[in-house]
Write a protein that binds this ligand. Structure first.
Ligand code: NAD
Length: 328
């Protein structure tokens, strides 16, 4: 069993990943600054669940400022999930915070990995690096054209990962997640807000006309992709090179469902899960929101032997059940 560092471990994806690694018997060091970008109680719940488990060590603080020398010793991998996420808030005066948490923190962590010989680094990137592209589905060969400051910082992170890979031989994979949903989803995200509005009989607020399409990816599928990327890097490093994982070191890979729905279709689907007809109120489109995302996941399937397995309806039901439990 190995020692893994998970940054952003109080967050939505980081806490789900950390829990899965602990279930598998690994030792996990979780780090989080508890940024107040959404409900702190949610982060505290996630954190408390991890702290209750054997094998977990939690460190609270900013990645840029913490002295991580001691916890880094003997770690096999860093899963870098920490970031200030969200497109709409990344404009204007908020940008320095995005630079700090998404770019500077990533560079500091990469330096730590090299100094302490943590040989594997899995980076949580985002479909937001693609921006507006002339064709769909989005594939890794396209020139990234981020459409928001947030996307710019996530792409900067990818470039830093590549620079450390090429200069210092760090074994890396960057995973571009497409809109992730499921239990513990951030409360600033669409699915959470749509469930909350429909459950309370409120109008669902949609930015734009609701015909924009999104590829929604279930959180457990994203966790599996992270673990598959780590395994693939481990296989490549130990000399046994199964064809499926031979060239993954240094790669950037999409992690999406490979399907998409319009926001209106999503809301209808949530209405069926909640058992109440939704009422939609539209608001002007928000700057930074693209009109369509859809992942081509062929490369990820081939290189990691991974595939998304959770259908939207099933994932929405799981998120709704979690929502009901946490409302009590
Ligand atoms: P989240 O906000 O729930 O979790 C991120 C956590 O990182 C937060 O708890 C925050 O406090 C922590 N953090 C941020 N900066 C930090 C710092 N400097 N030091 C220590 N901790 C810090 O977000 P999430 O939705 O779980 O996203 C996880 C990762 O996945 C992020 O890198 C995000 O950019 C990426 N991503 C998410 C989605 C999605 O749909 N949720 C889509 C694409 C990419």
């Amino acid at each position: 069993m190995a020692k893994a560092i998970v940054t952003g471990a109080a967050g939505f994806i980081g806490s789900t990943l950390a829990e899965k690694l602990l279930e598998q018997g690994h030792e996990v060091v979780g780090i989080d600054a508890f940024l107040p970008n959404y409900c702190i109680h949610q982060k505290q719940d996630n954190w408390d669940r991890l702290r209750a488990r054997d094998g977990f060590t939690g460190l609270l603080g900013d990645l840029v400022r913490l002295d991580l020398g001691q916890v880094a010793a003997g770690a096999d991998v860093i899963f870098h999930q920490a970031a200030l996420a969200g497109v709409r808030e990344s404009w204007g005066g908020n940008f320095p915070a995005y630079l700090h948490n998404n770019v500077l923190a990533t560079q500091v962590l990469l330096g730590l990995a090299v100094r302490h010989q943590i040989k594997k680094f899995v980076y949580a990137s985002s479909s937001s690096v693609y921006g507006k592209q002339p064709t769909l589905p989005l594939h890794e060969g396209m020139l990234p054209r981020p459409y928001s400051p947030y996307g710019v910082t996530k792409l900067a992170g990818e470039h830093l990962v590549r620079a450390y890979h090429e200069n210092f031989g760090l074994a890396t994979v960057s995973l571009r997640y497409f809109t992730v949903y499921g239990p513990r989803q951030r409360r600033d995200m669409a699915v959470y807000n749509f469930i909350d509005a429909i459950a309370h009989g409120r109008e669902v607020r949609v930015y734009g006309d609701g015909n924009q399409t999104r590829d929604f990816t279930y959180v457990d599928d994203v966790v599996q992709a992270n673990i598959a990327a780590w395994q693939a890097l481990s296989n490549a490093g130990c000399g046994s090179r199964p064809p499926a994982t031979a060239n993954v070191n240094g790669e950037v890979l999409n992690v999406g469902s490979g399907t998409s729905v319009t926001i209106r279709e999503l809301i209808e689907a949530i209405g069926r899960v909640v058992g109440r007809a939704p009422r939609i109120a539209t608001a002007p489109a928000a700057p930074g929101d693209v009109s369509a995302t859809l992942a081509n996941v062929e490369r990820t399937r081939t290189m990691l032997g991974w595939q998304p397995v959770t259908p939207l309806q099933e994932g929405l039901l799981a998120q709704y059940r979690w929502y009901q439990e946490t409302q009590r």
